[in-house]
Design a protein around this ligand. Structure first.
Ligand SMILES: C[S@@+](CC[C@H](N)C(=O)[O-])C[C@H]1O[C@@H](n2cnc3c(N)ncnc32)[C@H](O)[C@@H]1O
Length: 258
C-alpha cells in the first residue's frame, strides 16, 4: 500500500521550502526528495517527527545495542523505506556489512509492517573485517569480530522477524549467489567501510537495482572510511557519472536502471 500522499506532503512540506516547480528527476536523481530528507533531518524538524513515529520506535527496539549505524543515518533509511519505496518497482533489500545485525533487523521490521513480501538479505563475515589496504583503509583485519551469529539468529526468531536472512562469508564469495536469488533490489545498504568491499558490493548490485532504486553508502562521508569515499568517487561518480540525491546524513544515489 502506498502512503497517503497528503501525509507525505505534510511531513515534507512543513520542513522544506519549495524547490523549483517540478519534482522530476534531474541527472538521475530527484533533487527535491534529496532536499526533503537531507535538509529536513539536518536543519528542519524531521528528527523530532521521525522520533515520534510509532513504527520507527518499535523497529529501533530491535536495533538497540546491535548497530553502529548513527541515528541520522537510520532515520534517513526509515524515511526512504516508509515514504519512497512504494513509488519504485518491487524488489528486496540487501545489506553489505551487517555486524551485529541491528540495522538489518530494523529494516526488516519496517518493510514487513508496511509492505509485506519484501526481504532483507544481510551479508557479513560475522567474524570481522577481512584484510584491508593500509594505504587507504583505517580499519584493519579482525575489526568488528565481536559477533555471535547464533545468538543473532535466535533473537530474530524470538522477535518474530522472519523476513531477514543472515548470510555468513566474504561478499566476494557469497554475494553473487545472493543477488542472483534476490533478483530485484530496491535498496542496497553498503556499510562495509573499506575500499575493496565497498567497490565490490557496488559493482555487484548495479545490474540488479530496479530503476530509481536506492544505493545508500553508510560510511563514504565518514572521516574514518576514506576507502569507502574513494570507491564512491572512483566508481559511482567518476566512472558511472552519477550525481548524489543526498550527501547528508549519508551518500544516497538512485540507480538509473540500465
Ligand atoms: C561498520 S560494520 C557494519 C555495521 C552494521 N551495518 C550495523 O548495523 O552496525 C562493517 C562490517 O563490514 C564487514 N565486512 C567488510 N568487508 C567485508 C567483506 N569483504 N565480506 C564480508 N563482510 C565484510 C565487517 O565484517 C563489518 O562487520
Amino acid at each position: 500500500m502506498k502512503p497517503d500522499l497528503r501525509e507525505v506532503e505534510m511531513v515534507f512540506n512543513l520542513f522544506v521550502p519549495p524547490v523549483g516547480g517540478s519534482y522530476a528527476m534531474r541527472k538521475s536523481r530527484n533533487v527535491r526528495d534529496g532536499y526533503a530528507r537531507g535538509w529536513g533531518l539536518q536543519c528542519g524538524q524531521m528528527r523530532e517527527s521521525v522520533r515520534e513515529d510509532a513504527l520507527y520506535q518499535e523497529a529501533c527496539r530491535l536495533a538497540m545495542g546491535r548497530t553502529v549505524v548513527s541515528e541520522d543515518n537510520r532515520m534517513n533509511i526509515f524515511l526512504i523505506l516508509k515514504y519512497f519505496l512504494p513509488y519504485i518497482p518491487f524488489g528486496h533489500i540487501v545489506e553489505f556489512g551487517s555486524y551485529k545485525g541491528g540495522n538489518a533487523l530494523f529494516m526488516a521490521y519496517v518493510v514487513d509492517r508496511l509492505y509485506p513480501g519484501r526481504k532483507v538479505f544481510a551479508l557479513d563475515t560475522f567474524a570481522g573485517m577481512p584484510p584491508t589496504e593500509s594505504a587507504i583503509d583505517a580499519h584493519g583485519a579482525g575489526d568488528f569480530q565481536d559477533v555471535d551469529l547464533g545468538e543473532l539468529r535466535e533473537f530474530a526468531e524470538r522477535e518474530g522477524v522472519k523476513n531477514v536472512e543472515f548470510i555468513k562469508g566474504l561478499f566476494q564469495e557469497t554475494g553473487p549467489t545472493v543477488v542472483d536469488k534476490v533478483g530485484s533490489i530496491v535498496l542496497a545498504h553498503i556499510d562495509c567501510d573499506i575500499y575493496s568491499a565497498v567497490a565490490f558490493s557496488y559493482d555487484l548490485v548495479k545490474k540488479f537495482m530496479v530503476p530509481g532504486g536506492y544505493v545508500v553508502f553508510d560510511d563514504a562521508t565518514t572521516s574514518s572510511c576514506l576507502g569507502a569515499t574513494e570507491a564512491v568517487e572512483e566508481l559511482v561518480i567518476r566512472r558511472d557519472g552519477l550525481h548524489s540525491e543526498q550527501i547528508f546524513p549519508q551518500f544516497v544515489f538512485r540507480s538509473p536502471g540500465d
